[in-house]
Design a protein around this ligand. Structure first.
Ligand code: ADP
Length: 539
């Protein structure tokens, strides 16, 4: 056995006849075999002898070539056990390998796996008998790894596609389910739902269609703003540009296409619908309940009016009776001074005395007024725990008609867990109603969208219960503000000017304080009542 490359003498059975040609061919073969990446080998026909193994073998197999020259089949040791079946060095029909071309794995001494491609070529002699087995081996590890990587990424991509498809299917099912729920809900609730985008209705549920008398294809023709205003809305018109908070939850009067008048409770909010900024408007027909409420309120109001009138009447008759005396005295003194003056018999001393007496009687009249007012309040007052939030709600209910008539939105922001105050709920309601009535009257002259009265209850840092009545009216003029709580101060046509005086009496009778805290003209007015919490010292 000899290494062809070492001896530079190719086997004579392969050699051409011509010696020169033979040595040239050998040199060429040597050049190729020594320099290409592939491994060439040549074995005897029975595969017992390795006749030539090219140097690349050592790099690919990591085994010295001497080993294969000693033991022609020792290179089979590197073949992966699972791939050994590909080789059959004992078969005479298919020399060395079962297939002329295959790929198999090598297990290297460090445990790493490499892939080689093997082609075996049977060489026959002139008689056609097998004389040699030649072979070419190529390291295809890199290509195999690429293929494996590709297969892996293809598997991952496929897995991702499968996963995403499942997700999409599930999402679609969810969507269909929620759409079905939404459809059932919107189609069955007795609430008219409109979705408007840029002043155009893009969705209306069956209740909304019934209300407006429009069919689904007539939706774009519905002009909500015009519809609600032209049909006699009383209260801020729900136009898209309005401040949503202030016009939130209002009652509007609506005349249906068939001419029937209904009261709708309308709520609006901004929503994103089909990726667009829209206005969601819901309307509930509250005609029945509102009629019942109105009847109840009218009844309550007439009872309260009678009670209020009798209080005022009592107050007025007591005042006139008590005032009669000092007023008569003032008139007498004035006449006496007048007579003397006409006769030219008036001296300085008489004038001083007369005027002193007039002033004294006038002060007495003032004192009487104060006493009478206190009497009116004190004479009827009860003492029990009162929830100021409930008082605010009652007052707001009793003034709802006035607010509706004047197109004023009244909002209550009532503090949670407000402590009770001690006193008379009816008197406190009269006090809060007076403030709210003044506020409604004050804002009634401002533009519609600005007509807002807010009642806010809170607890102060020192534990007193506070109730603010805020309005967006013109504010209290400075010349009125100085004597605001005095009786008979009024800037209203036909105003009696006793509302704030009575309110102050009631608040003070409850050990509370009342003040105008934002008197600035044009910024609206804020009237503030503060009362001690029950158990906090109120008597
Ligand atoms: P009246 O309402 O009969 O005029 P009031 O004592 O209730 O009597 O009110 C006295 C005056 O105080 C009113 O005429 C008005 O000028 C002024 N006033 C009261 N509340 C307000 C308010 N919220 N905004 C502006 N002015 C007000």
């Amino acid at each position: 056995m000899s290494d062809l490359s070492d001896s530079q003498k190719p086997d004579p059975s392969l050699a051409p006849d011509n010696a020169i040609a033979r040595s040239e061919a050998a040199a060429l073969f040597h050049l190729i075999a020594e320099n290409v990446q592939q491994v060439f080998f040549l074995m005897s026909a029975d595969c017992r002898q390795m006749l030539y193994m090219s140097p690349a073998f050592e790099r690919v197999w990591q085994m010295p070539r001497e080993a294969v020259y000693r033991d022609a089949l020792c290179w089979l040791e590197r073949i992966h056990p699972d791939d050994l079946w590909l080789f059959d060095p004992t078969s005479g029909d298919a020399p060395l390998a079962r297939t002329p071309e295959h790929e198999c794995r090598l297990v290297m001494s460090d445990g790493a796996t490499r892939w080689v491609r093997m082609q075996t070529i049977p060489i026959t002699d002139a008689s056609g008998a097998l004389s040699r087995v030649a072979g070419i081996l190529s390291d295809v590890t890199e290509r195999r790894e690429h293929e494996a990587d590709l297969a892996r990424s293809r598997d991952e991509a496929e897995a991702q596609v499968r996963h995403r498809t499942r997700e999409l299917l599930a999402a679609n099912e969810d969507l269909l389910a929620s759409e079905a729920r939404f459809r059932t809900l919107t189609e069955t609730v007795p609430v008219a739902i409109f979705i408007q985008h840029r002043a155009q209705v893009i969705y209306a549920n069956p209740a909304a269609c019934r209300l407006t008398g429009a069919t689904t294809d007539q939706l774009p023709m519905i002009d909500l703003g015009a519809l609600l205003t032209s049909h006699g809305v009383r209260g801020p018109a729900p136009n898209a540009g309005d401040d949503l908070d202030t016009a939130h939850g209002i009652d509007v009067e609506f005349v249906r296409p068939d001419g029937e008048s209904r009261v709708l409770h309308v709520n609006r909010s901004r929503v994103t619908f089909e990726h667009r900024d829209c206005l969601l408007l819901t309307a509930i027909d509250v005609t029945g309940p509102r009629r019942a409420e109105r009847a109840l309120r009218e009844h309550q109001a007439s009872v309260a009016r009678v009670a209020h009138l009798s209080t005022l009447e009592g107050f007025a008759s007591s005042v006139s009776h008590e005032l009669n005396q000092p007023l008569s005295a003032i008139v007498s003194y004035a006449r006496a001074l007048q007579n003397r003056a006409e006769r030219g018999a008036i001296d300085g001393e008489f004038l001083r005395l007369g005027l002193d007496r007039v002033a004294g009687q006038a002060m007495r009249a003032g004192e009487l007024m104060r006493r009478m007012r206190n009497f009116v309040v004190r004479g009827e007052i009860q003492r029990r725990d009162v929830d100021l939030n409930a008082v605010a709600r009652e007052a707001s209910t009793s003034l709802a008609d006035l607010a509706l008539d004047r197109g004023v939105a009244v909002s209550l922001t009532l503090g949670a867990a407000l402590p009770a105050v001690t006193g008379d709920p009816l008197h406190l309601e009269i006090a809060v109603s007076n403030l709210m009535k003044n506020a409604i009257e004050a804002v009634a002259e401002t533009p519609r969208y600005e007509r807002v009265v807010r009642v806010v209850t809170t607890v102060t840092a020192d534990g007193r219960v506070r109730l603010d009545v805020r309005d967006t009216g013109p504010g209290v003029p400075a010349h009125v503000a100085v004597s605001l709580f005095d009786p008979l101060v009024s800037t209203k046509h036909g105003g009696m000017g006793v509302g704030l005086a009575i309110t102050r009496s009631i608040v003070e009778a409850h050990r509370g304080t009342i003040a105008l805290v934002a008197p600035a003209t044009n910024d609206g007015a804020v009237f503030r009542i503060e009362l001690p919490a029950a158990g906090g010292g109120a008597s």
